[in-house]
Ligand binder design. Structure first.
Ligand code: 5GP
Length: 362
């Protein structure tokens, strides 16, 4: 675990509201409890429950959104989530979130995203590079996790890019609004679109026009795919040929074949899949087969707050469950650089950061 924590890592599948700190969530709920908006003890009970089905997870998200969805809180949790990932040596984070509207508090999808960007700007404890072309090789290399020679802990630096999520409860028009917003926000580090939300809700065809429009306009796309058995949708999603897919728990023969043929990288979220019963245990996780086949993979957290995990813990799990040594784990983490949505300059810097980490250890 210590090794997994110390090495640089890339996180490509993290939902903002799912990555909220437990302590922050309880603090916010207690405040609303005191104002009589909710009953704190009921809320606390749901939050602290450890095993939840996928359906229960989505009920929990509705509760989380009740306490988090105002501008100030969104700014705060963005800051905290980035600080938390940086503290475990994540050097590149693609953070995804669903822009939300709430007329009663004057929130639009745009103002929601402005609150996220405000969070990015407000971080002072670590160096955050989120604007395109904000690539400073020298300061990145100076901020490597360990500097044995000088025995000092340098200031951490994290590259952050944003993905805007379309929730499966949304309409075609909502989805299109999100994609247009993403295009307008490229300058503040938005690089792509995610399709997420309860997988038993909504139809793929509802979102296809917006996703197609996103693709045509140069945004990269990742889809939550095969979280429940739905062969028709899995095939349609693969047909669309996204840049990455998340989960892939309920793929069958021809789905695997197509995924491998198209070489679509898979975002693997062990703890999330097991806690939601999408995969019965880690030793039967599809990671093993994909890893053996040399298929592009990236290990991620999904919702580090909701599932009480971290990127380091997920790598540790992979190491112990599949007998991977330091060398293999490091290689897996480094290979993920190829699947990021940021520009090539960032990839080059990240590769240098990973390689310098090894040099520093020698
Ligand atoms: P937010 O977009 O509000 O920042 O993050 C929480 C949202 O992410 C949830 O409401 C849900 O739409 C999506 N999400 C989080 N975890 C999962 C997951 O495991 N599967 C799917 N399909 N969606 C998820």
């Amino acid at each position: 675990m210590e090794w997994c924590e110390s090495m640089p890592k890339v996180e490509l599948h993290a939902h903002l509201n799912g990555s909220i700190r437990d302590s922050t969530l309880l603090e916010l709920a207690r405040e609303l409890g005191e104002k009589g908006v909710l009953v704190f003890s009921d809320f606390e009970h749901v939050i602290l429950k450890s095993d939840r089905s996928l359906v229960e997870v989505f009920k929990l998200f509705d509760l989380i959104h009740m306490v988090t969805t105002d501008h100030t809180t969104i700014t705060r949790i963005t800051r905290e989530v980035i600080e938390d990932f940086a503290s475990e040596n994540v050097v590149y984070l693609e953070l995804r979130t669903t822009p939300k509207k709430n007329k009663s508090i004057g929130m639009t999808k745009r103002s929601y995203m402005e609150a996220v960007v405000e969070g990015l700007k407000s971080i002072s404890s670590v160096d955050v590079a989120f604007m395109p072309h904000d690539v400073d090789a020298r300061s990145s290399l100076n901020s490597l996790p360990i500097d044995n020679a000088r025995n000092v802990t340098p200031r951490k630096r994290i590259y952050v890019r944003l993905l805007l999520s379309i929730d499966r409860r949304e309409t075609t028009e909502d989805a299109m609004e999100t994609v247009k917003l993403a295009l307008e926000l490229k300058d503040v580090g938005v690089v792509g679109i995610d399709l997420s939300g309860n997988p038993i809700v909504g139809e793929w065809t509802t979102f296809l026009p917006a996703l197609q429009f996103a693709k045509e306009n140069g945004l990269d796309i990742t889809l939550h795919c095969g979280e429940v058995p739905n062969p028709k949708e899995i095939q349609a999603m693969l047909e669309f040929w996204p840049q990455r897919v998340g989960h892939a728990c309920f793929f069958q023969g021809e789905d695997w074949e197509k995924l491998k043929r198209l070489n679509v990288p898979v975002e693997i979220c062990f703890t999330s899949n097991i806690r939601t019963n999408s995969v019965s245990s880690i030793d039967v996780h599809h990671f093993a087969d994909l890893y053996k086949a040399n298929h592009p993979l990236v290990i991620c957290t999904d919702d580090s707050g909701v599932f009480s995990t971290s990127v380091s813990k997920e790598y540790s799990l992979a190491a112990s469950a599949f007998g991977l040594g330091k060398k293999e784990i490091f290689q897996l983490a480094r290979d993920a650089i190829e699947f990021i949505f940021a520009e090539d300059e960032v990839k080059t810097i990240l590769k240098q950061m990973f390689d310098s980490f090894v040099t520093n250890l020698a």
